[in-house]
Design a protein around this ligand. Structure first.
Ligand code: ADP
Length: 493
């Protein structure tokens, strides 16, 4: 297949969050499967400073923007075989500052133009290459207009004449909403500024909405989250639209970097280990207890957390549950940064519960690895979690996850009960309600099982056997792509 993959951030070029990791890994997995992949991203000023192997492609594109026309220069970077990265340069749009989307004070005022241009540029680049695009894979609001352009080019003498567009939602909370006056930048007919079948969202132009309305398939990063976003609790006002397209909404779990997160080779941890040889994990626990100033004792269950300190992550539940477990023997190591309010709260708790709770308010990748390896239990009590990575790292490291049953957490963690333990499918603990009571219940169940070594090790080994590689994820996308291409051509947009 000829796959055009479009993203506003791609590792190792430019990153603000998880989207960059996905966009840096998934296209490579497609290429390894033998597809020809063209990844398109903006050539930000910050990328220029990184010294990556990028050279001019000796090509420019010209696209209409409102009443004028704008020019972009194309650069390229190799990927694999015929696959490559193409970067769009436009000094006025992508070289204003350090941030990809704004400054700490707020978004760039011209984001509507920056990403309308990006979508038009991506379409123009694909046309310029001149090879029929089978799949155009778009990501988040920054690329939301592109499925509309692809739909409109269908049936014409375009590289998109038989294309199918896929729009992946990584974060529904960022919708790319812009003032109505800027609708002209989209280049779409005026009649599409309407709420039904168009891209108007409460008086604004919605770029994310455009992706949802016009893509041939919408995906998000776990099956459960694909269902959840069709409800008012998770849908951010788009639930009815998503529900109306329910037969086009698919959940495909992200992969993890199994090279970086591998207890058999991890350079950051005290001792290497595997499912067959778990001795090293004991050493990792000992080292972590020591490093964190906690009593070094293999019998005390050690709970790890690595998280952004944000409301989404259910930290209030952790704060509320600690007093309820005053008499229970366990240890908690928390690594995180984020809201100042949580910094204050956790600093206070660490002071009051010295020897039981150890708090590290910083971003520290190496410590994250040591916590994954050294903990017995990993806690993720998220209120919502589109996919979540740490529970997958934990499973791989034989660290039993306790999660709230939402989004990707619900899709990856199988709760321990009589039935799942008997079937050998249990790999962790889940709780349903976002309450301290429910979290307490799950923690107590885990603490009760922990001393039963045989049962506990079964849980550990089941988790370690799971496959969360990008290959698995890419195979699911491939199945979806083939299915879309086998369908009769959708109507022209
Ligand atoms: P989200 O994308 O919502 O933050 P994920 O679980 O999907 O949550 O991914 C979070 C990633 O960031 C993980 O790789 C996690 O290890 C890492 N991370 C978060 N906070 C820290 C921190 N303080 N130090 C090191 N790594 C962190």
């Amino acid at each position: 297949m000829n796959i055009v993959y479009v993203s506003s951030e791609v590792e190792p070029f430019a990153k603000t969050g998880g989207l960059a990791d996905v966009a840096g890994a998934l296209p490579l997995a497609f290429a390894r499967k033998g597809h020809r992949v063209t990844v398109i991203l903006p050539y930000y000023g910050v990328v220029k400073k990184k010294g990556l192997p990028i050279r001019p492609a000796e090509r420019t594109i010209r696209v209409p923007m409102g009443r004028s026309e704008e020019t972009g220069r194309i650069f390229e970077s190799p990927m694999e075989g015929e696959s490559r990265f193409l970067l769009v340069e436009h000094p006025g749009y992508y070289e204003a500052g350090e941030g990809l989307y704004g400054t700490p004070e707020g978004d760039y005022p011209n984001n509507a133009a920056r990403f309308a241009f990006f979508c038009k540029a991506a379409a123009a680049i694909a046309e310029g290459i001149g090879k029929k695009a089978d799949i155009v894979h778009c990501n988040d609001w920054q690329t939301g207009l592109l499925p509309a352009y692809v739909g409109r080019a269908r049936g014409s003498a375009s590289v998109f004449r038989d294309s199918r567009s896929v729009f992946t939602i990584h974060n529904l909370a960022y919708q790319g909403l812009f003032p109505a006056e800027g609708f002209g930048l989209t280049g779409l007919p005026e009649n599409l500024f309407r709420p039904y079948g168009g891209i108007e969202f409460y008086g604004k132009v919605g770029y994310l909405k455009a992706g949802i309305v016009f893509a041939d398939a919408i995906t998000t990063v776990s099956r459960r989250y694909a269902e959840e976003i069709r409800s008012p609790e998770f849908g951010a006002g788009l639930e009815d639209l998503l529900d109306s397209r329910a037969d086009r909404v698919f959940g495909i779990l992200n992969g993890i970097d199994t090279g970086v997160w591998n207890p058999e080779t991890d350079p950051h941890i005290a001792a290497r280990y595997s499912a067959a040889k778990l001795d090293g994990k004991k050493k990792c626990k000992e080292a972590l207890q020591e490093e964190c100033g906690l009593p070094v004792d293999p019998q005390i269950p050690l709970v790890g957390m690595i998280t952004r300190l944000a409301d989404q992550k259910g930290l209030d539940l952790v704060v509320d549950v600690l007093p309820r477990l005053r008499r229970v023997k366990f240890q908690l190591v928390l690594l995180g940064t984020g809201d100042e309010r949580y910094h204050r709260i956790f600093r206070g708790l660490a002071g009051k519960m010295r020897g039981k709770v150890s708090v590290h308010l910083k971003f520290d990748d190496a410590l994250a690895h040591r916590i994954e390896a050294g903990s017995d239990i990993f806690l993720m009590p998220s209120r919502y979690e589109p996919c979540g990575l740490n529970q997958m790292y934990s499973l791989r490291y034989g660290t039993v996850p306790i999660v709230r049953a939402t989004g990707g957490l619900a899709d990856t963690v199988v709760d321990h009960n009589e039935e799942t333990a008997g079937a050998g499918t249990a790999n962790g603990f889940r709780f349903e309600e976002a309450t301290a009571e429910a979290l307490e219940g799950a923690l107590r169940r885990a603490f009760a099982l922990f001393p039963k070594r045989r049962a506990w090790l079964r849980l550990v080994r089941t988790g370690m056997a799971a496959d969360f590689s990008w290959e698995r994820s890419a195979a699911e996308y491939e199945t979806l792509f083939k299915r879309l291409l086998a369908e009769p051509a959708p109507a022209t947009g």
